[in-house]
Design a protein around this ligand. Structure first.
Ligand code: ZN
Length: 75
């Protein structure tokens, strides 16, 4: 087998992350501060923050979108 060792150049601009449309925060604090702010503006929303496994940044999401969390076993 011939060894073809090609180093691929990273085309970062071509990356399409599933979380691309979301706001990103460097730290949990930044994210939760932003979430608090949004919740003050709109009492009807309940936001939570999480660290993204894909980009490594923090995102906020509304709890309503995360019904899957209810599937987790209760302690
Ligand atoms: Zn992400």
């Amino acid at each position: 087998m011939p060894k073809s060792r090609r180093t691929r150049t990273h085309k970062e601009y071509a990356f399409h992350l599933p979380c691309e449309g979301k706001n990103r925060y460097d730290t949990e604090k930044e994210a939760s501060d932003a979430a608090d702010f949004h919740m003050l503006e709109n009492m009807n929303i309940d936001l939570m923050v999480y660290q993204c496994a894909i980009c490594g940044y923090w995102h906020m999401t509304s709890r309503a979108e995360t019904n899957w969390r209810d599937e987790m076993p209760k302690q």
